[in-house]
Structure formats: structure tokens, C-alpha cells
Design a protein around this ligand. Structure first.
Ligand SMILES: Nc1ncnc2c1ncn2[C@@H]1O[C@H](COP(=O)(O)OP(=O)(O)OP(=O)(O)O)[C@@H](O)[C@H]1O
Ligand SMILES: [Mg+2]
Length: 325
């Protein structure tokens, strides 16, 4: 079945993701798909969780940290500025400390601790995560196209969700045990209990947000996750492994899209041995791919004459990917 037909067949899908190894064409396909959907009348937001401003490059428009930016009618692109969000967190933490201890200035040791915490990679990831949840919770678009980092943050979120689940269960149990003690010493424990409930509430809030995003990932009706692959041995192997992992986490895989297929019309021309060899190699791996993935291959996108940047090239590639529209 063609990719365009797939989109027609599943009109309830809202979240579109392209996964795969680095450099195979995830950003290119995210942009082309968003472009196609916008051109066919859907309101689309394509957003990047990649700190390497990738959409800025492909759309040739500086959108980093600027919120949803209109590219063409119906097509909006957004690049998340994680630093900005981390700064916001820092501000909130400072304010909390000031309020809690009635101080008017953050002591130097605490300030350096806040600075060090902000440099943790986990901080950036949680900032990106928060932005993504905000984007999807806010709504307003027919489609959300995720421009993912290699292998997909998807799995990271999912594994994080199960870690949080276990953790919160443990805390909730402890909390219940505490409650029994509390009844014995109600008065003394009063204030402490309030603090712990605040922490528990915060954890439950985080859990709810994580569940929201992991439920999107495993939602077979609303989410489509496509894998990008090329006709190369390592790519095929890695794709098989990734597909197994996805199955383990119950993330529905909606199909595979081949990229950088050498156009077959070249083959019949008088081409040098070098290219002939490339064709033979490609045929060999295409056969393996056809055997392995069969009708799950939804499109074969050719190797273009140049890199895909700017709307004219995106348009050209989108027509190869979806057919004429
Ligand atoms: N079919 C194609 N023909 C020609 N160039 C292509 C094609 N597909 C992708 N490219 C080029 O290959 C490069 C990598 O593509 P892209 O950035 O989409 O990969 P990616 O999977 O998003 O990479 P990363 O994992 O780094 O995010 C880009 O320069 C892009 O223009
Ligand atoms: Mg990319």
C-alpha cells in the first residue's frame, strides 16, 4: 500500500514519527510529510527535539526557540530551545528557595549547586520532554510530526515511564506505611506529612505527564511510527534490532520507508562500472529488505541530485514519497 493511502486509511492518526539510525533521512521525511499534509489541507506542526537545529537547515529559516513558525499556509515548524527551559527551571528553583526560607538572596553555595545541576544532560532531556508534553497537550493541529533524534527518544521516554512507575509505587507504599505510624503520633507528624504529600503530588504530576507521552507512543490508533532505512547491510541489521525493541515496549510500528534508492532508469544507460556495482549491491540488499519487511515497505524514495534543503527540494521529494498531490 502506498504511503498516501496509509494516511487516508487511518484518518485518526495525529502523531507521526520517523525513527532510525543517524543520517538516514528522518528530518527530511518529517519535513516532506508535514509539507504534503499541509498541502492537502491539514494543519500540521513539525517539531524538533534535536538540539542541533535541523529544521532550521531544511526549511532554510531560523526558527530555533521561536515557537511554532509558519513555513507555508497550514505548516508550522518549531525547534525546542532546551536551554531556555532549563533557565526557567532555575528561576523557579531560586524562587522556591527564597520563598521557603524567607531569604532575599540565594547564598553562593546554593547558586553554584543550581548552576551545576543545570549542566546535567538529564536536565536538558527533561526540559525537552516538558516542552513536548506542553506542545501535544496544548493541541490546535491536525497532525504533530516529531523530528526525532537517532533511534528515537521514544524508547527513552518509555523506559523512563516504567522506571518512574516502579519508583512512585514504592514511594506510595512507603507513604501508606507512614500513615499508620502517623495515626499513632498524629500531632507530632502533622507538618512532616504535609511536606511529604506535596512531594507525592509533584511525583504524581510528573508521572501523569510521562504517562501522557508514553501513552501517545503506544497508542495504535493515534500514532504512526515509521522506520527509515537504506539498502545497506548494517542499516538492515540495526533496523531489525530496533524493531524488536519497539515490539518489546509495545510501540506500534506502522511501516518502513526506504531512502536513497538509486533511480532505476539510470541502470539501463551507459554507466561506469563503479555505478554498475552500486546497482548490483543495491539490488542484493533490496531483495533482502523485500524478503524481510515485505508489504510493510510503504515507499521507496530515490537518491536526489542534491541534498534536500529548501521548499523546492522538499516539494520534489514529497512527490516521490507520496506520489503527485
Ligand atoms: N533521498 C535523498 N536524496 C539526497 N539527499 C538526501 C536524501 N535523503 C536525505 N538526504 C540528505 O542526507 C542528509 C541527512 O538527512 P537527514 O538530516 O534527514 O537525516 P536524519 O536521519 O534526520 O539525521 P540525524 O540522525 O542526524 O537527525 C541531509 O543532508 C539530507 O539533505
Ligand atoms: Mg535529523
Amino acid at each position: 500500500m502506498s504511503l498516501a493511502k496509509i494516511f487516508e486509511k487511518y484518518p485518526n492518526r495525529r502523531y507521526i514519527m520517523f525513527g532510525g539510525k543517524g543520517g538516514l533521512g528522518k528530518t527530511t521525511f518529517s519535513a516532506a510529510t508535514s509539507y504534503y499534509l499541509a498541502k492537502t489541507g491539514k494543519k500540521v506542526l513539525v517539531f524538533s527535539v534535536d538540539p542541533q537545529a535541523s529544521l532550521t537547515d531544511i526549511f532554510q529559516k531560523d526558527i530555533f526557540g521561536k515557537g511554532p513558525t509558519e513555513i507555508i499556509p497550514n505548516l508550522y515548524a518549531q525547534e525546542i530551545d532546551a536551554d531556555q527551559r532549563v533557565k526557567k527551571y532555575q528561576g523557579e528553583i531560586r524562587q522556591k528557595i527564597l520563598d521557603m526560607y524567607g531569604m532575599d538572596k540565594i547564598p553562593e553555595e546554593i547558586e553554584s549547586y543550581i548552576q551545576a545541576a543545570a549542566a546535567e544532560p538529564a536536565m536538558e532531556e527533561s526540559a525537552i520532554f516538558d516542552e513536548v508534553v506542553d506542545i501535544v497537550v496544548k493541541g490546535g493541529y491536525d497532525y504533530y510530526v516529531y523530528d526525532l533524534v537517532p533511534l528515537g527518544h521514544a524508547l527513552y521516554y518509555l523506559s523512563m515511564a516504567s522506571v518512574y512507575d516502579a519508583w512512585i509505587d514504592k514511594i506510595t507504599n512507603l507513604r501508606e506505611q507512614m500513615r499508620e505510624f502517623d495515626q499513632a503520633a498524629a500531632v507530632i507528624r502533622r507538618e512532616k506529612e504535609l511536606d511529604e504529600d506535596a512531594i507525592l503530588n509533584e511525583l504524581l504530576f510528573i508521572k501523569e505527564r510521562i504517562n501522557k507521552s508514553s501513552s501517545i507512543l503506544t497508542d495504535k490508533e493515534k500514532t504512526a511510527f515509521f522506520f527509515v532505512l537504506t539498502a545497506e547491510e548494517m542499516v538492515i541489521k540495526d533496523t531489525q534490532k530496533a524493531a524488536e525493541l519497539f515490539a518489546k515496549f509495545d510501540v506500534p510500528l506502522s511501516g518502513y520507508i526506504m531512502n536513497r534508492v538509486l533511480p532505476s532508469e539510470l541502470k539501463d544507460q551507459n554507466i561506469p562500472d563503479y555505478l554498475k556495482n552500486r546497482f548490483e549491491m543495491q539490488e542484493h540488499y533490496l531483495k533482502i529488505i523485500d524478503d524481510e519487511f515485505k508489504e510493510q515497505i510503504l515507499a521507496r524514495v530515490p537518491e536526489m541530485e542534491r541534498d534536500v534543503t529548501g521548499l523546492a527540494m522538499i516539494d520534489k521529494l514529497a512527490r516521490k514519497m507520496f506520489g503527485e498531490f
